[in-house]
Design a protein around this ligand. Sequence first.
Ligand SMILES: *Cc1c(COP(=O)(O)O)cnc(C)c1O
Length: 379
Amino acid sequence: MAIQLFVPSFDIEACLDEMRVCLEKGWTGMGFKTAEFENAWKQYTGLPYAHFLNSATAGLHLAVEIMREQYGWSLQDEIITTPLTFVSTNHAIVQGGMKPVFADVDETLCLDPEDVKQKITSKTRAVMFVGIGGNTGALDEILQLCKEHDLKLILDAAHMAGTRLHGQTPGKDADAVIYSFQAVKNLPTGDSGMLCFADEEMDAIARKKSWLGISKDTYARSRNPGGAYKWEYDVEYTGYKYNGNALTAALGLVQLRRLDADNAYRRQIAEWYESGFASYDTTIGLVPIAENCISSRHLFQIVVDKRNQLLDYLNQQDIFPGVHYTDNTRYRMYSYAQGTCPKASYFSEHLLSLPIHLRLTQEDVDTVIRAITDFTARN
Ligand SMILES: *Cc1c(COP(=O)(O)O)cnc(C)c1O
């Protein structure tokens, strides 16, 4: 049997039950379950606001655009960001009207505070921090730096559903935290995401902008006193069709119940990998988890010399790892920054993400470890 990188798991009957409620009610759009999931997410994370969207990409875009407008940032003002991420992170900065300025990563694969400091200019307005694989990296130091330099902090928490730092959900001091519930993330719903602003007014604006700029959503209008469907509304912004729907929210509600247990098993898998590699005394590099961080373990990444050959070799053994990520400055879009982040560039060529999901057994993990150590012993 092939060993895949990601295979999401669902409590199928519970998911169907929760979705059935939507189907019976005849309400599959925004409202009702989406509000229930938002409340559940606020309770789970302790974050004050949560707006359910159809993706994290949408949330990142709204976060940048709304902050730029509210704070009066100029077009092309700068946001310091990482090149070692899914392009969605950096596209959001461009689409929000700002310029991505790339800083290098440290050994945790997250932004290095020292290099962030070097990249601050008079045009810097915010830092975009990505918690790669669920790791918090130097988030505390970055936050401190943001305070000192009067910069806003946006946390791309696409990998961080369930991560804890100092026992709490990280990002309580960030200006916006964005989660992904995409098909292979830790809380998979097909496609959806959550935008958690720290500011009430920004949350309210996000609710309008994610619904074509319309000032009251259909559900709220149908709930007018008297029960009459109120069709009139105002349009305050040229918004987007970014809202989440009741069906994915229903999946999210069910998946949230198992998130902590799922993540605990992911951490178990990570421990199996770590102790396995340690006992073989190989040249395989492991990525350190930050102190005081309990990682969601969205990823288990290793650093190896002949990455591409190892990848081919593992594929021949029916093992299918992944790569997170290609240094974004290698893409034409961001090539203006090529050469500015040597560590990210190095990792981009040497990182490998090993299979990590709920259906993996210890035997599967041993199979992967054996294949990798066989390869490294001979190469
Ligand atoms: C998956 C991912 C996103 C985008 O999430 P979607 O919900 O698919 O839009 C953004 N940033 C990172 C780091 C991701 O891994």
